[in-house]
Design a protein around this ligand. Structure first.
Ligand code: ATP
Length: 234
């Protein structure tokens, strides 16, 4: 995963803070045992059901998402039949170009027919200032359900305030995004996407069966209980 980020950084796809965000994720993944915990598996099932039953689902991606799981996000968009929108916090024309061309190369290699948006932002997310508010009217603005892996807390909150169902993937159950999202999957991004892609899609649980605060608490409990007596039996 680190090597993927190094390669992406060399291609100009990442913001300087990308490694910091990744390092925080790695730390939480250690504490969670580097596995999909049961509450995250259930949240993943609910998220997939919600995406599949949305009117206008969109997968919003940033640099880390493209670097770590570009193929998987394209395969998921293909399965759900929805667009991907590149939506980055530190937006520069160079980074946008690097991310859009990386995704388009992957799309060609995989032979997929997926709409990749982000190059023509003609709308903005209310409540946010500057370039990070930019989005496309036929993408994020029009969406009813949004998957926002590794999202920044402010933008997550602004999207929820627009009335959207916001599905967050974040290893840190204490992050503002994890708390403010509608459905939060506390799992590592690529592991979560692989789970979604291989999941049985019949009989998935619905959003009415999902309890947000219990899901976050369950993740914290896994961390705390996993640490108890960690070394006393050795
Ligand atoms: P917030 O703004 O939501 O309070 P933050 O400031 O930590 O949180 P960022 O630095 O923008 O947010 O995002 C990094 C988040 O992504 C962290 O919470 C980190 O745990 C999580 N993260 C990093 N890498 C991964 C990964 N591979 N899979 C899942 N989550 C990850």
């Amino acid at each position: 995963m680190r090597h993927r980020l190094e390669t992406a950084a060399k291609k100009g796809m990442l913001a300087d803070s990308a490694m910091i965000a990744h390092g925080r994720g790695e730390a939480y993944d250690y504490l969670l045992g580097e596995r999909t915990i049961p509450s995250a598996h259930f949240a993943t099932q609910v998220a997939l059901h919600t995406l599949k039953n949305a009117q206008h689902p969109v997968l919003s991606v940033n640099g880390n998402v493209v670097a770590l799981a570009g193929d998987e996000i394209l395969l998921l968009a293909d399965q759900i039949k929805c667009p991907i929108e590149v939506n980055i916090f530190y937006r520069t024309p160079e980074r946008m170009d690097a991310l859009l061309s990386d995704l388009n190369e992957r799309k060609q290699r995989l032979g997929l027919d997926v709409d990749i948006l982000g190059s023509h932002p003609d709308a903005s997310i209310p409540g946010l200032k500057g370039p990070r508010a930019k989005c496309e009217s036929r993408g994020i603005l029009a969406s009813d359900v949004l998957l926002v892996p590794l999202e920044d807390g402010d933008r997550c909150e602004a999207l929820v305030a627009m009335g959207k169902t916001v599905i967050v993937i974040d290893l840190n159950p204490l992050s503002r995004s994890a708390q403010r999202g509608t459905i939060t999957i506390v799992d590592e991004l690529s592991r979560c996407l692989e789970n979604m892609l291989s999941m049985e899609t019949n009989g998935l649980p619905t959003a009415s069966e999902y309890h947000h605060s219990e899901t976050l608490q369950a993740a914290l409990n896994e961390i705390v209980n996993g640490m108890k007596n960690k070394f006393s039996s050795e």
